[in-house]
Design a protein around this ligand. Structure first.
Ligand SMILES: [Zn+2]
Length: 397
């Protein structure tokens, strides 16, 4: 049987738009889809495209309070409604400005993740489905946060729970920001293992994701956090990732893997201070693919996430999709895409090659061998912590 790969996309995703010079620009998705198309990934015989649909109220209310869903709906119809104090719900100028149509825009992202979950769970042909608009991991039960209105990941997890009783779900989040929304929503749930790798919360929003956040009650031991030192590069990260995630998944034995693939860990990202390169994402994709196959019944639901360089997000997610399809991409970027980037992103340096010079980060590290050594030692200590503290909890279950 041919193993198929699904991609969720619609131009309507571009309506998730906070406007102005907000960093979470819909252009990220448009240029990503365009690059995938121009790299001929979308013509691949193993790839199938799916349109998202709106998540229903019932589906949204599994993750969010009815009151919050109501408020989003009201403000979506009339953003100037003064009867609602928006800041109580995390809305307003700054990270999560109110915009007309935001209910439908956010519900479409959640619906996309539901369709992806359905395909992976119910259709034997599909081993992995990728919703590039998804990954809104900060939204809470009654709060918008960090550019996230509805938590599509939590909505998809709840949807999966309706498909199989006691389904065991493993969630791995590599976004530079802690996957706080998903963690807190399932903090007491032993059937949802959350693993988040992120820049240390002392130096970055949302300020959580410390090693002592391990879950509560029956969920104790099922929240796992790897806070990373600013400046950690791909090489160091991959070592840590490969020495932790596979073992944790092997011990937990999930029915399905969900990954949040934020790429704001890129060394040049304007919002963060990490040191990843594009080739690092290829290695992460390879590891996740192997993990899904070996430990997660070959069921993998992938969603997007952060990443704030319009010239980087498309390349990174194309690299992920290519790995899902077992395709090696050429280094030369398509001329037509380069032209599009020049027109639409004049404020960023135009890339001509898919793979960047990740050595730039390596060179920086070589210049500071002391710092590089400290980061490596710290990273090794996280591996020990995982083996000695996190892993035994999972082996008990
Ligand atoms: Zn992020």
């Amino acid at each position: 049987m041919v193993e198929k790969v699904g991609l969720i996309y619609s131009e309507d995703f571009l309506k998730y738009d906070f406007g102005g010079d907000h960093p979470f620009r819909p252009l990220r998705l448009k240029l990503t889809y365009s690059l995938m198309e121009k790299l001929k990934l979308l013509e691949n015989e193993r790839l199938e495209l799916f349109k998202p649909r709106l998540a229903t109220r019932e589906e949204l209310e599994r993750a969010h309070s009815p009151k919050y869903v109501d408020i989003i709906k009201k403000l979506s119809i009339d953003p100037s409604d003064r009867t609602i104090p928006p800041y109580i719900y995390g809305l307003g100028p700054g990270d999560n400005p109110i915009f007309k149509g935001m209910y439908e825009a956010a519900a479409l992202v959640s619906g996309g993740s539901i369709i992806a979950a359905d395909k992976v769970w119910n259709d034997e042909e599909f081993k992995v489905v990728f919703n590039i608009a998804g990954g809104l991991h900060h939204a809470g039960k009654e709060k918008a946060s960090g550019f996230c209105i509805f938590n599509d990941i939590a909505v998809a997890i709840h949807h999966l729970k309706t498909l199989k009783e006691n389904i065991r779900i493993a969630y791995v989040d590599i976004d530079c920001h802690h996957g706080d929304g998903v963690q807190w929503l399932f903090y007491e749930d032993p059937n949802v293992l959350t693993i988040s790798y992120h820049q240390d919360g002392r130096f970055l929003f949302p300020g959580t994701g410390f090693i002592n956040e391990i879950g509560e009650g029956e969920g104790k031991g099922y929240s796992i956090n790897f806070p990373l030192v600013p400046g950690t590069n791909s090489k160091t990260f991959i070592k840590l990732f490969r020495r932790t995630t596979p073992k944790l998944l092997e011990a937990y034995k999930p029915d399905i893997l969900i990954t949040q693939l934020g790429v704001d860990t890129y060394f040049d990202d304007p919002l963060t201070q990490m040191g990843f390169s594009l080739s690092g994402y290829r290695d992460i994709a390879q590891t996740l693919k192997t993990c899904a196959r070996e430990y997660c019944h070959n069921k993998w639901l992938a969603v997007g996430g952060g990443g704030y360089l319009m010239t980087v997000v498309p390349r990174a997610w194309s690299i992920f999709l290519a790995k899902m399809l077992d395709i090696d991409l050429p280094n030369e970027l398509p001329d037509s895409w380069i032209k599009e980037v020049k027109e639409k992103v004049p404020y960023e340096d135009t890339p001509y090659l898919l793979w960047d010079r990740g050595e730039k980060v390596a060179v920086q590290m070589l210049k500071n061998p002391e710092i590089a050594k400290k980061i490596m030692e710290y990273s090794n200590s996280l591996v020990e912590l995982s083996n000695e503290k996190f892993l035994p909890n999972l082996n008990k279950s």
